[in-house]
Every structure is written in structure tokens, then in C-alpha cells.
Design a protein around this ligand. Structure first.
Ligand code: UT7
Length: 335
């Protein structure tokens, strides 16, 4: 069976920032409350000329450049997002913006777990030998769907996009198994907890003809039961990482970096403590970006790779969690 390698990362640059002090002009909050309860000090916002597709394409372009690949060499683009420009999907627009004319492209929705789900999905196409080069993008513009009057949620979210290039590794010598960049994974869902975190569609009945009506409405901004999601994350995330490590035949001692969805610094600390992973092996950038949903993991990975923190060969335990509810972990080797 072929192996898979992570050979490039990239992210989009969003210059506009919204600080905690800015937010305190919108709602009854403070820098002190937000920083101490979440670890966030600022978040980035998409500009007036940005679209979900343009941010995703910018991240993808940077990842392809790091991998040394031309867009025409990509065969598959998986776009993890919950905030597409078009409900029919934004991946094809990303394909066009990148000039990846030979790629098939589709969206994948799993909220803040989206990037991990997309990474694992992409790997399956590589393992089966179907595709050689796959671009996996996590991008979200949650600012479109944030209730800017709700202090319980509006202080958390930011916009962003990050990407990785996954590449098939064939054993050219035929003597040994090719190296594998996806060492183990575990994905989970629990729809019974769906009402903890929603960006839901509110139906309005519209008479059509005779007795017939159609159900048309609109999506309403994000609602979240923060305490329930917090409890869910600190109990289920360590568990799912342990399962993924077990599948990889590794232990936490083998983990160079813990890279969680950047939701709350207190969640990162609690999960690291439960797994007995030292705090200096936890990657965190939420202080600058807040919670960017599907973008948070590839964005933090890209920053850590470009700063030299993550080195080729490093083992990264990554986990996403969020709406659905969904959660999942992947143990990956960088480079
Ligand atoms: O990406 C998807 C996954 N999402 C998450 O993982 C989010 C998980 N949840 C959390 O991170 C935390 O629950 C929050 C950061 C959302 C909230 O922190 P908390 O420590 O759980 O606060 P709380 O909801 O228990 O609220 C404590 C108090 C409340 O006041 P009372 O009722 O005790 O008087 C809130 O009204 O803090 C109040 N509060 C605020 N005060 C100032 C809530 N939001 C704010 C705010 N500024 N922004």
C-alpha cells in the first residue's frame, strides 16, 4: 500500500484585526475576561474584498509553493468549511482561483473538526492509489455568522484559512514499506448533543399554490452552550487522541507536538494535563487568531512549520472538536 506524506503547508494573510478592547465597545466584556477565560487577545477578520474561496485559495497557493507543486499537479482538493460562499459548495471556485484545472474539488462539512476529517478523507484516496497530490484546506469566515450582540460567543471567533499538501509515497525500491505521514486516526460523531452548538436554518412557511406551501427561511447566527461544549471537549478529546495513538502503536511519550483545535487555551491546557504532555509541547496561536473553526489546525501548523518550531520527522497529535457534535484525532508525521 502507498504511504502518504505531508509535504507543504500554507495559510492566508488577513491583515484586519479585532482586539478584545475593540469588542468591549460592542458588548459588555473586557480584555481581562476574554484573555483569562479563553487565552484570546485578538482575531483576524476577512476584508470586504475577501471571499471564503479567495482565502482558501490563498492558503492553498502557499501550501503548493512550499511543496514545490504546480496547481496542475493537484488531483483532488478537499475544502473543509462550514461557511461557504455558496451552499452548493465553494471548492470548485477554489479550484478555479488556483488554476488547478485537473483537480476534482468538493466541500466537506464537519465544523471545527472539518480539517481532521478532511485530512483523513484525503488520505484514503491516496492509500487506494487513486490520487498522488491532494490539497486539504480548512477555511471559515465565522464573522459572517457571529451574533455580534452576544458576548458569550462573539469574543471567541475569528476568520482564517490554512492548508496542507498530502502526497503519495511509493516504495520505488520495492524493498520496504514506504514511510507514512498519517500514523493513526479516530473520528467520532454524536448527534444527540447537536443542540449545543448550531448555525441553524430557521424555516418560514410560504404559501405556493392551492394548499401547497414551501419551507423557506434563513440561517440564523451561531448559538452555543459554552459550558457543555467545554465539558465535552475536555473529556472526549484526550480519549480520542489516546485511541488514535493506540492505532498508531505510539504513546504520548512519542508525541513531539499536541495540536488541538484552537477553541480555548484552558481546553488545550486541560487536555495536555490529562495526557501528561508538557505545556511546552502544545502548539497554540489562539492569542492572535481566536477560534477560526476548520482553519485553526492548519493555520497553527503552518505558523509552527514556518517558524521552525515543527521540524521534519516530528510527530504531531492533532484533534478537532465542535459542532455536530463531531470530534476526531489524527497522529501525523510532518515532512
Ligand atoms: O469551536 C467549537 C468548540 N467551542 C468550544 O470549545 C467552546 C467551549 N467553551 C468555552 O470555551 C467556554 O465555556 C467559554 C469561553 C465560551 C465561556 O467560559 P466559561 O468560563 O465557561 O464562562 P461561563 O459561560 O460559565 O460564564 C461565566 C460568567 C457568566 O456570568 P454569570 O452568569 O456567572 O453572572 C457569563 O454571563 O461570565 C459571563 N460572560 C462574560 N462576561 C464578560 C460570558 N461571556 C462573557 C464575556 N465577557 N464575553
Amino acid at each position: 500500500m502507498p504511504g502518504v506524506a505531508l509535504v507543504g503547508s500554507g495559510s492566508a494573510d488577513l491583515p484586519a484585526t479585532l482586539t478584545n478592547d475593540d469588542l468591549s465597545q460592542l458588548v459588555d466584556t473586557s480584555d481581562d475576561w476574554i484573555a483569562s477565560r479563553t487565552g484570546i487577545r485578538q482575531r483576524h477578520l476577512a476584508g470586504a474584498d475577501d471571499s471564503l474561496a479567495s482565502l482558501a485559495a490563498a492558503a492553498g497557493k502557499n501550501a503548493l509553493a512550499m511543496a514545490g507543486l504546480a496547481p496542475e499537479e493537484v488531483q483532488l482538493i478537499v475544502l473543509a468549511t462550514s461557511t461557504p460562499d455558496d451552499l452548493f459548495g465553494s471548492a470548485c471556485q477554489v479550484q478555479t482561483l488556483l488554476g488547478a484545472s485537473r483537480a476534482v474539488a468538493f466541500d466537506l462539512t464537519a465544523a471545527c473538526s472539518g480539517f481532521v476529517f478532511a485530512l483523513v478523507t484525503a488520505a484514503q484516496y491516496i492509500y487506494t492509489g487513486v490520487f498522488q497530490n491532494v490539497l486539504v484546506i480548512g477555511a471559515d469566515v465565522l464573522s459572517r455568522w457571529t451574533d455580534w450582540d452576544d458576548r458569550r460567543t462573539c469574543v471567541l471567533f475569528g476568520d482564517g484559512a490554512g492548508a496542507v499538501v498530502m502526497q503519495r509515497q511509493d516504495d520505488s525500491q520495492g524493498t520496504e514499506e514506504p514511510g507514512n505521514g498519517l500514523l493513526g486516526f479516530e473520528l467520532c460523531s454524536d448527534g444527540t448533543l447537536n443542540n449545543c452548538l448550531n448555525l441553524s436554518y430557521q424555516v418560514a412557511s410560504k404559501p405556493l399554490v392551492g394548499d401547497l406551501t414551501v419551507q423557506q427561511g434563513q440561517f440564523v447566527p451561531i448559538t452555543m452552550n459554552g459550558r457543555e461544549v467545554y465539558k465535552f471537549a475536555v473529556s472526549r478529546v484526550p480519549e480520542v487522541i489516546e485511541k488514535a495513538l493506540f492505532r498508531a502503536n505510539l504513546t504520548t511519550a512519542d508525541v513531539d507536538w499536541l495540536l488541538l483545535h484552537q477553541a480555548n487555551q484552558r481546553i488545550l491546557d486541560a487536555v495536555a494535563d490529562r495526557l501528561k504532555i508538557p505545556r511546552d509541547r502544545v502548539l497554540s496561536n489562539m492569542i492572535h487568531h481566536g477560534n477560526t473553526s476548520a482553519a485553526s489546525i492548519p493555520l497553527a501548523l503552518d505558523e509552527a512549520v514556518r517558524s521552525g518550531q515543527v521540524q521534519p520527522g516530528d510527530v504531531i497529535a492533532t484533534a478537532g472538536f465542535g459542532a455536530g457534535l463531531t470530534w476526531g484525532a489524527a497522529i501525523v508525521r510532518w515532512g
